[in-house]
Design a protein around this ligand. Structure first.
Ligand code: SF4
Length: 152
């Protein structure tokens, strides 16, 4: 059975908390600098796809809608669907998921040690539970479902 959509105020609170987690992450004294090389966005090449909690997916879906899109984009080259084929940029960069901020990327300085961000991961997990999520899910599936939930 499909989980019932969370009430609108819960969704709003959830995305505000996710935003705050990202803001708190940016204040961590860990040397890391994403210079938007976008190599990590090419899943077919890297063999790695980020997993998202539901709060992250809702925030990403909201950002996608704010860009004027109502449907899940497709990327012809097996890259992240949030990567605009026309510009080569992430459509939702300011709202990009936690994994996109902490993943393994040698050029950006390597991965965040998990112990340094475990409290933030716990907060994302707590938001996930609060909005009826089922734990981290593949980026494409998580955002597609979040888009559907925002429409309903
Ligand atoms: S959400 Fe944005 S930053 Fe993350 S993999 Fe997709 S295009 Fe790249």
């Amino acid at each position: 059975m499909k989980p019932r959509p969370a009430p609108t105020q819960d969704l709003r609170r959830a995305t505000e908390e996710v935003r705050q987690v990202y803001a708190d992450l940016s204040l961590r004294p860990i040397q890391r600098d994403c210079v938007r090389l976008k190599e990590c966005c090419h899943f077919k090449l890297t063999g790695r796809t980020p997993f998202l909690t539901k709060g992250e997916a809702l925030l990403a879906a909201k950002a996608l809608r704010a860009s004027g899109r109502r449907e899940m984009p497709e990327h012809p080259a097996g890259a992240c669907p949030m990567l605009d084929p026309a510009t080569g940029n992430c459509i939702i960069y300011e709202s990009r998921p936690f994994g996109c901020r902490t993943h393994f990327c040698a050029a950006a300085g390597g991965p965040y040690p998990r112990r340094e961000v475990i409290d933030l991961i716990r907060r994302l997990e707590s938001v996930d539970v609060g909005v009826g999520g089922s734990g981290p899910r593949l980026l494409q599936n998580a955002i597609a479902d979040a888009l559907s939930e925002l429409k309903s």
